[in-house]
Design a protein around this ligand. Structure first.
Ligand code: NCD
Length: 301
């Protein structure tokens, strides 16, 4: 049985099935008719991911166990493993985990006997964000094949870029990267392009946050927008149908002009909405995979 750790574990068919199920959850309410507990274990700050998991869980009728790292036994030196094992022992049926380490899963994977969903692993992977991005792109274009998606910004420190690049490529997208000098990532083998080039042919411009908390040296951002960010002038040169994505939180006025966050081609708030439904699909997927529920327990209501 698989934990939901990396987008690379899913086949293209499984990805499309999750997108389809998210669409179903968007249009009709569904609840699981069995008492189940979901533990949201966030060891790094989160607004969207944590809260959209919470809403997804509640919509499905799961009981949500909220955990506050700063008020937990972590402060007494308890390890990640002992914390997760505690939730397993007291009856959690699924654990949603975000942690700053790139590979926290390696320690947990063989020893935790409830499904784990990766809600962000260091700079390595963010599969549920990737799935909500895929849903947003799919809803817009109805396909992936031959779309041009340019991932722009602090690629080096971004788990979102890593999950998305591989999944998009597998689905037939032409993936390009664009980064300020020093923010490229050697592990990603995709063509680098300048933003001025990219805006002319991209169908999707996927902007990333400058992730100051992961930088060794503080980046001076006063000229970042004009040099490497999405200004109004650049936005005006995008193809008419092209859309803007950003996983947020957003540094308004740095990677994107603040006014463009709400512009007509921005799908940033739609991404947030889609996060709820794709997480409902992911939760039911793992609970079914682990034999915790079967399809009959998911009732339309
Ligand atoms: C992202 C994350 O935490 O990796 N945000 C999110 O989950 N919506 C991106 C980021 O922090 O910049």
């Amino acid at each position: 049985m698989n934990h939901f750790i990396s987008i690379n574990q899913l086949t293209n068919e499984q990805i499309l099935e999750l997108l389809e199920n998210a669409g179903k959850y968007k249009t009709t309410n569904h609840k699981i008719s069995s008492q189940l507990f979901a533990a949201n274990l966030f060891f790094e700050p989160s607004t969207r991911t944590k809260m959209s998991f919470t809403i997804a869980e509640r919509k499905l009728g799961l009981e949500v166990l909220n955990f506050h790292a700063e008020a937990s036994s972590l402060q007494k030196g308890e390890s990640l493993y002992d914390t997760v094992k505690t939730f397993e022992s007291i009856g959690a049926n699924v654990a949603i985990i975000r942690h700053e380490s790139d590979n926290w899963i390696t320690e947990l994977e063989p020893k935790i006997n409830i499904p784990i969903i990766n809600a962000g692993a260091g700079k390595a992977e963010h599969p549920t964000q990737c799935m909500l991005d895929l849903l947003t792109i799919y809803e817009e274009f109805g396909r992936f094949k031959d779309l041009n998606v340019v991932i722009v910004g602090d690629i080096k420190h971004s788990r979102v870029a890593k999950s998305n690049a591989h999944a998009l490529k597998r689905l037939g997208v032409n993936v390009f990267l664009s980064a300020a000098p020093g923010y490229e990532d050697e592990s990603l083998d995709y063509p680098y392009v300048s933003l001025d080039e990219a805006i002319q042919y991209c169908d999707v411009l996927m902007l990333l946050r400058i992730q100051h908390e992961r930088h060794e040296e503080k980046l001076e951002t006063s000229s970042y927008l004009t040099q490497y960010g999405l200004t109004k002038e650049r936005e005006s040169k995008m193809q008419q149908h092209a859309i803007i994505l950003h996983p947020a939180p957003i540094n308004r006025g740095v990677e994107i002009d603040g006014d463009l966050v709400e512009c007509s081609r921005s799908r940033i708030f739609k991404q947030m909405t889609n996060g709820v439904y794709i997480r409902m699909a992911i939760l039911t997927h793992v609970l079914k995979e682990w034999g915790i529920i079967d399809e009959n327990l998911i009732k339309e209501c």
